[in-house]
Design a protein around this ligand. Structure first.
Ligand SMILES: [Zn+2]
Length: 443
């Protein structure tokens, strides 16, 4: 059975590699996508009661105008949406038991069940059939492995929760090891020194900690590829990680809703439009910021159709030198929930402040800033900023400089400067996802 699975993965790997070079222009890709989506939706209409009712009598040719759903709608309609006949209660029970025992092999029959971390407390469930699991593994390997599938690879994969989805990529010439983010860093470092991974995958906050260990000589590994997942990659962390490992930092854009993008050899993130169709809900026309509405035309067990993701993406304005027609993304900026609105200087209007504006203002204040965390407390209307600086003696000066940069930002945007409060920096990578700029109801 195992060797059959490996063959399937290899076939999907080959297909994904070939698809990457298949289209010479966007129009050809879009025609191909359109045909795939329509065929897929016809099947979904037959098998998913949720979507059948949602779409009513409207023909699939009008799918681009079908109602948009989000995580909440997906979770509420879970039982009738999925085509594996699995109830939400049953799936939750299984996934939660896996979390507490840290034995991540839950499956109902051949269907893998998983739970997303859900930064806002609303946790999402995912279901993946065996065929989809193998296709996922093949596609991920095609997009992220340096060299060929036939080479030997050792993958160290850091995540908050494992899943037998991820383990699928291991076996044969691939030594795949899951590192539980909840374990202490010392333990990770000792284990990494033994495994000597060629591919290191993890959230940027953990990669940053490992980069620090590498600089201090505690961690002695030379990965050929370093990949950030599951958290927004900030420029400050990118620079630090790249310098420590002497590598370009790659990114995988993967969430409960699917494998959505990966960086090419040039380090540009491209959306996986060969498996997912992405419509753009414009957030800011001028800068090209948008929230993606995704339609996955490969997943059957848990169909994802016209699903709005809570992410802010910025389209890259120039094409990527790699020649791929898959949409290049300049930046994933975090969640739509972290977009701030501050009162305008004139009139009663509000001004949109994207998380990246705050990041840039802080980073540009001083070269001596090593790390930061900015939390907007909506109720108190205070921006709490914590900074880690290289030289504690000049910390007060740097704080003043940061305040000046934020004031300058408000000037440019035409909004009122809120109260700023500086706090000591604390962040331990592990259970919590790091968002360098976040909005909270209250501090
Ligand atoms: Zn590219």
């Amino acid at each position: 059975m195992k060797s059959f699975e490996r063959l399937c993965i290899a076939a999907h790997y080959m297909r994904a590699r070939m698809r990457g070079r298949r289209w010479t222009d966007r129009a050809a890709l879009e025609r191909w996508q359109q045909a795939r989506v329509i065929r897929h939706l016809e099947r979904i209409r037959e098998t998913s009661a949720f979507y059948r009712e949602l779409w009513g009598e409207r023909p699939v040719s009008e799918w681009e105008k079908y109602p948009i759903i989000d995580k909440q709608a997906m979770m509420e309609g879970f039982d009738r949406l999925n085509t594996a006949g699995i109830s939400r209660d049953e799936a939750f029970k299984l996934a939660l038991a896996a979390e507490s025992t840290r034995d991540f092999t839950p499956a109902i029959g051949h269907t893998t069940v998983g739970l997303s971390s859900g930064t806002s407390g609303s946790r999402g469930l995912f279901l993946v059939s065996r065929r989809e699991r193998l296709a996922w593994a093949g596609t991920v390997l095609a997009r992220v492995l340096p060299g060929s599938l036939l080479d030997r690879h050792a993958i160290a994969f850091f995540l908050r929760a494992d899943s037998n989805l991820y383990g699928t990529v291991g076996g044969g010439r691939i030594d795949f090891q899951f590192y539980d983010l909840l374990n202490p860093p010392d333990q990770h470092i000792a284990r990494l020194n033994r495994q000597r991974p060629t591919v290191l995958v993890g959230p940027p906050s953990m990669l940053r900690l490992l980069a620090e260990a590498s600089r201090s000589g505690l961690l002695r590994i030379q990965p050929q590829r370093v990949i950030g997942v599951a958290e927004v990659l900030e420029e400050l962390d990118r620079r630090f990680i790249e310098e420590a490992f002497g590598q370009k930092l790659h990114q995988v854009y993967q969430c409960t809703e699917g494998f959505l993008g990966a960086t090419c050899g040039h380090g540009t993130l491209h959306l996986n439009e060969d498996i997912v169709c992405v419509q753009k809900e414009a957030l800011d026309e001028q800068s090209g910021r948008f929230a993606p509405i995704i339609t996955d035309f490969s997943r059957m067990a848990q169909p994802i159709i016209r699903y709005r993701l809570n992410d802010v993406l910025t389209e890259r304005s120039e094409p990527c030198p790699c020649g791929s027609v898959l949409l290049p993304i300049a930046r994933i900026e975090g969640r739509c929930d972290d977009i701030l609105t501050w009162p305008a200087l004139s009139g009663a209007g509000m001004v949109t402040v994207f998380p990246d504006y705050i990041s840039r203002a802080i980073i540009s204040a001083s070269e001596l800033i090593l790390a930061y965390h900015a939390v907007w407390a909506e109720k108190e209307r205070i921006l709490n900023i914590s900074l880690e600086v290289k030289q504690e003696a000049v910390a007060a000066e740097i704080r003043e400089q940061v305040a000046r940069e934020i004031a300058g930002l408000c000037d440019r945007l035409g909004c009122r400067l809120p109260e700023l409060r500086f706090l000591p920096y604390t962040f331990e990578p592990g259970a919590r996802k790091l968002r360098r700029v976040e909005r909270r109801a209250s501090s």
